[in-house]
Design a protein around this ligand. Structure first.
Ligand code: NDP
Length: 279
């Protein structure tokens, strides 16, 4: 029976550490500001934005909120980003995704200065990660590395299988595990023999976006299982990409949903903001 990796507890520890660092930076005369832009009023996005602002407040940095109407043009959004890029008092810029369909997400991501790219989505940030140079790292995969580190999971030499290759989770996850000297296999919707590949994993990281897709028989006995998925049913109950009850019988360590990877994403966003201030 697996032990649980408590993302709530670990993210709280990280936020305490960041709070301390922010206090130190304040003593040195540096006040941090994160600009948060939301276009439209998608309810899920509003919840994420609210939580990000709350986290800023908690660790002691300012958040500057831009709630733009759904019909905001791409040019208006890009002009705002440009102003914020130039604003020396703003350390990080975050555009809550998804943006409305008439705005091109890639153009928006590319417009944010890599120096303020606290989401780590800019091609320059991704390129830096690829060749092992300093840069902002996408928050969810960075949070998973922290979960593994703080749970004392040996990544060096481990067989790690990542299910999913999205730009925000799967790909940066694979690069980070490679940086930790794991032997990494990345799988996707064209992969053949997924179950056998997963059963070879010492560390299985699942970001497939399908509810309870990974069942107990995908898991090598004693493996560490990280479930990135978030699904909400009609009763508002959350579940992940992994069938938790089965997986926890086989795994040695597992992240629950909720309370596993989810809380780490915001903690690592705060980490990136503090890094931007320190730079
Ligand atoms: P995407 O939908 O962008 O990517 C899903 C990936 O899974 C794709 O690479 C796809 O392959 C792959 N895939 C789909 N079907 C299969 C299959 N049958 N076998 C193997 N691979 C398959 O999702 P995201 O990466 O954005 O998110 C994944 C999950 O994580 C979602 O549930 C999302 O809600 C959650 N999430 C949670 C976060 C958190 O903070 N906890 C943050 C971000 C996401 P292909 O490329 O071939 O299409």
């Amino acid at each position: 029976m697996a032990n649980i990796i408590d993302g709530k507890k670990i993210s709280a520890e990280i936020k305490e550490e960041l709070k301390e660092q922010v206090a130190q930076l304040k003593l040195a005369g540096i006040e941090g500001t994160l600009a948060v832009i939301q276009v439209g009023d998608d309810p899920a996005s509003s919840v994420y934005v609210r939580n990000k602002k709350k986290a800023c407040e908690y660790i002691g940095i300012h958040s500057k909120s831009f709630e733009l109407p759904e019909e905001t043009s791409q040019k208006e959004l890009l002009d705002l980003i440009e102003d914020l890029n130039e604003d020396a008092l703003v350390h990080g810029i975050l555009v809550q995704l998804p943006v409305p369909a008439h705005i091109d997400e890639k153009t928006v991501i590319n417009a944010i200065s890599p120096k303020k790219d606290v989401d780590g989505f800019h091609p320059e940030s991704v390129g830096a990660l690829t060749i092992g140079q300093p840069g902002f790292v996408s928050c969810t995969p960075a949070g998973i590395i922290e979960l593994l580190r703080r749970s004392k999971v040996k990544m060096d030499g481990a067989n790690c299988v990542v299910v999913g290759r999205s730009n925000i989770v799967g790909k940066p996850m694979a690069l980070l595990m490679l940086r930790e000297n794991a032997t990494v296999t990345v799988t996707h919707s064209h992969t053949r023999g997924l179950k056998e590949i997963c059963r070879n994993a010492d560390i299985l990281i699942v970001a497939v976006g399908k509810r309870e897709f990974i069942t107990g028989d995908y898991i090598k006995p004693g493996a560490v299982v990280i479930d990135v998925g978030i699904h909400r049913d009609e009763n508002n109950k959350l579940s992940g990409d992994v069938k938790y009850d089965e997986a926890k019988q086989a795994a040695s360590l597992i992240t629950p949903v909720p309370g596993g990877v989810g809380p780490m994403t915001i903690a690592m966003l705060m980490h990136n903001c503090v890094e931007a201030m320190a730079r």
